[in-house]
Write a new protein. Structure first.
Length: 396
């Protein structure tokens, strides 16, 4: 039966993939092609509990997809079960408010949105074109990170700058992590009856991190902006700050605006403050062995996450649920506690014992008995969402 979906997430120098079967419930094979564009690229296949790495003689996206095709050739049962391909696309601008079956107009639309995601969207287009070439006849679907936030009201998505910038150039807040938020909203509705008619806050905390308010199942505000730089302090991104700093930093270092932005995107956040690492786990270990810089970075991360949760909550009528997700949100009990410590004024409280002993990878309610809000840890699953959208669109 043709019911499995190849999910592709093409970055500028990497290509992650997975094949999901059984209505997305089962991952048959997954892997990543890394360091594309260099002569040290490789592709890894994880299948039946074993990892197999192959060096790529040509480190291109095309060669990576070619390797996936060759792997499928030697696993014909999986190859013959493929029903379609789902692509994660970072920026859909105002053109795409939901997932779509890909045709030439869609490819043109994704190219047009490249101005706001110059590293990601061209890579997605490459992935799509290569997949059409190597898997002719298989329908393909694009799933956009921005689409879920197209429900924001103008007073939330507009920047308070002269309106002609929006009219002429579409400069506005778009928001990201939308596929994760949509998954969390649906998953929460399964475990907390009626949550799709309530107010939900979500903190998606990974290397990239953002918050989202979901009002009756629809995104009402989110912390990321026209690019993923706005909002929370992240692994290497500064998040929101006074834009005048751009000019101060560029003058102080005698560097261009682009180089200054590069510092804010790649050398700031947890890495910039701790001067140790962008990785939360490494910082927690350093903090446990007494490193004060690591503790400061983590505590700043917590304070700023709480601030952005409170900020997006202004679009809700009530805060019925708060969900932690993403690598940090799912695994760091220290940061979950530290974030909730800043939210006491909103009567959001967690049970420290349950929080500290939360089993990895499981959905769990960690609220304290006297909390006004249900606080959850829910592992996100963007691949499942992409597979389900693909199945649903290719069936129509
Ligand atoms: P990405 O945005 O790249 O998808 P992830 O969602 O995978 O990121 O999250 C990566 C982050 O999760 C890293 O900072 C990592 O240290 C953190 N993380 C993963 N496991 C743990 C853990 N057990 N404790 C604390 N942090 C963790």
């Amino acid at each position: 039966m043709k019911d499995s979906i190849l999910v592709i997430n093409c970055g500028s120098s990497s290509l992650k993939f997975a094949i999901l079967a059984n209505a997305g419930q089962e991952t048959l094979v997954e892997g990543i092609a890394d360091r594309l564009g260099t002569d040290e690229s490789s592709i890894t296949f994880k299948f039946e509990g074993k990892k197999n790495e192959i060096q790529l003689d040509i480190g291109s996206h095309k060669n990576a997809v070619d390797q996936i095709k060759s792997w499928l050739n030697s696993h014909p049962t999986i190859e013959h079960s493929l029903a379609g391909i789902g692509h994660r696309v970072v920026h859909g601008g105002e053109t795409f408010s939901k997932s779509v079956l890909i045709n030439q107009d869609v490819v043109t639309g994704i190219k047009k949105c490249s101005q706001f995601a110059p590293l990601h969207n061209p890579a997605h287009v490459k992935g799509i074109e290569v997949a059409f070439e190597l898997f002719p006849g298989l329908p393909q679907v694009a799933v956009f990170d921005t689409a879920f936030h197209q429900t924001l009201a103008p007073e939330q998505y507009l920047y308070p700058i002269p309106m002609h910038f929006y009219r002429e150039h579409h400069f506005r807040k778009y928001g990201f992590h939308g596929t994760s938020y949509r998954y969390i909203s649906q998953r929460l509705a399964q475990i907390a009856n009626g949550s799709d008619q309530q107010g939900v806050l979500v903190a998606h905390l990974g290397n990239g991190a953002s918050t989202c308010a979901i009002n009756k199942g629809k995104s009402s505000d989110t912390s990321m902006g026209i690019t993923p730089l706005e909002g929370l302090m992240m692994g290497t991104r500064s998040g929101s700050l006074d834009p005048s700093l751009l000019s101060f930093i560029s003058q102080a270092e005698n560097i261009s605006f682009e180089s200054t932005l590069d510092i804010l995107n790649k050398q700031s956040g947890l890495l910039g403050v701790s001067e140790i690492s962008n990785d939360c786990r490494t910082l927690e270990e350093a903090m446990e062995s007494g490193d004060l810089r690591a503790k400061l970075a983590l505590d700043m991360f917590a304070a700023r996450t709480a601030k952005h949760l409170a900020s997006v909550a202004t679009t809700l009528e009530s805060i019925d649920h708060l969900v932690f997700t993403g690598g940090i949100g799912e695994n760091s009990s220290y940061l979950r506690q530290a974030i909730c410590n800043h939210l006491k004024a909103l009567n959001i409280r967690i049970d420290s014992d349950i929080n500290d002993n939360a089993p990895r990878g499981e959905t769990l309610n960690i609220s304290a008995k006297d909390s006004n809000t249900n606080v959850w840890v829910i592992p996100t699953n963007e691949e499942l969402m992409i597979a389900l959208d693909t199945i649903s669109l290719i069936q129509h």
